[in-house]
Write a protein that binds this ligand. Structure first.
Ligand SMILES: [Cu+2]
Length: 194
């Protein structure tokens, strides 16, 4: 009796191992260029409106430090609450008035923390009322599959469920690009503005 039970357990474990060995997702690697230059701070996302809501509430931060925002370009899923801490040595007054999420956090001191929930898709331009040189972008997308390119223009969208997708690419001051990408594509995705 014990042997039968042990054999059944072994079979079940083998089946689990086999299932785990078949990939259900892959990482999308790519690079972004503008003309002959690599393009940092490019937002890339895949249409995936039916994706399950993320299980964990990730803390997303748009920091204020040294009279600047960091990062300069942030991409979040629609509905994400972004923290706007003042980690500087002076007051700031963060606001967005043109597109996307409209808000004005008012003047707030060093050490204070405010939040904004980006509850609809689109681009928000973030400024500071006191320091005209401070600017950042928050792109809210109806997808959990997104990335921002690094200084070399490289980006990775991790754990993309296998399939074919429409992708979108945005960078400041340029027309938005779109195209098709499939997890069966062997080559890295190249996004290029002329
Ligand atoms: Cu400021």
């Amino acid at each position: 009796m014990h042997q039968i039970r042990a054999a059944a357990l072994l079979l079940a474990l083998t089946a689990m191992t086999l299932r785990a060995a078949v990939p259900e997702s892959s990482d999308l690697h790519g690079t972004a260029r503008a003309g002959t230059h690599s393009a940092p701070n490019v937002v890339v996302w895949l249409d995936a409106p039916n994706a399950a809501p993320s299980a964990t509430r990730r803390t997303v931060v748009l920091d204020q430090r040294n009279l600047d925002f960091w990062p300069k370009v942030l991409v979040v899923r629609v509905g994400t609450t972004v923290d706007f801490p003042n980690n500087d040595r002076v007051f700031h007054n963060v606001f967005s008035f043109r597109d996307g999420k409209i808000f004005d956090l008012g003047m707030y001191p060093v050490g204070a923390l405010k939040h904004v929930t980006f509850d609809r898709a689109g681009l928000s331009r973030i400024f500071c009322n006191i320091h005209p040189g401070m600017a950042a972008y928050v792109m809210a997308v109806d997808s959990a599959l997104f990335a921002v390119s690094d200084q070399s223009g490289a980006f990775t969208i991790a754990e993309v469920p296998l399939g074919a997708y429409q992708y979108h690419a945005w960078r400041a001051g340029a027309a938005q690009l779109a195209g098709r990408w499939s997890s069966t594509d062997a080559a890295p995705l190249t996004i290029a503005w002329p």
